[in-house]
Design a protein around this ligand. Sequence first.
Ligand code: LMR
Length: 330
Amino acid sequence: MFKTATKALFCAASLTVASLALATDPIVIKFSHVVAEHTPKGQGALLFKKLAEERLPGQVRVEVYPNSSLFGDGKEMEALLLGDVQLIAPSLAKFEHYSKPIQIFDLPFLFDDIHAVDRFQKGPVGQELLTTMESKGITGLSYWHNGLKQLSANKALREPKDARGLKFRVQASAVLDEQFKAIRANPRKMSFSEVYQGLQTGVVNGAENPYSNIYSQKMHEVQSHITESNHGLLDYMVITNTEFWKGLPANIRTELTAIMAEVSMEVNKQAENINQRDKQAILDGGNTEILYLTKAEREKWRKAMKPVWKKFESDIGADRIKAAEAANKQ
Ligand code: LMR
């Protein structure tokens, strides 16, 4: 009798301890991405971890998985929807199966510079695009810059005709596929973690990336030339699983939202510096020549690639494209 009562008491006490432990266990946020840590996105993920754990001590733990170490870019979206990760920041080129309007960011020669991108993202259309995947269970939290893309290849590319017949690695994006077809090159979709090897073995001859991705993946070691074309954008949308986000205690969600805003400002301030630092490192490496286009040469690339816009206009919305163009003139 005594034994049974003690056992019951002991069990009840263990249960209480267990539920107390559960109640105080931190919420784990897994943040998975595909780039190196010293890139704009890599730095942003680490800063988010630092601030979240400093300001919500014991309540939130952020685990950052860089370099496709948890999920590569073919799998990270699925993992988010399944709840295997809680935060990812794919490039804006990787949303076409979830939101057609987000394809706007891939249109070649849409933005004159990163300041125009910034204005558009902060404006009403940019903010509306963050919400276009809610019905699919995805909430857009913020935009992070990487920067404008440069063309690289194993030969000098001055004019579109120089790219004819070359195989270019593209992200999984119909717009980027069409962009290379427009200059009569051959696009090949390939996940980010495979690009270096693809270039090294000649499966592809060229690619398009901001300097930070070229340098951190050592692509410049296997590309003899980079053309500073600034022809398109590689930015990110930080996204979360809607159910997870809405299920957070309100005070924690409010704090994490504020932290995300602060981190985004910092990433967007530093991204251009990181790209310039990495451009200099590529030049210092001495293996790759960087070509600068004259106004007339750049105009040839624009003329060759711009017809792509028409093909995607109905999916994206003509008004959204107008709003993006207007951001250049402000
Ligand atoms: C790419 O696949 O080239 C990029 O999306 C990688 C990245 O996340 O910057």
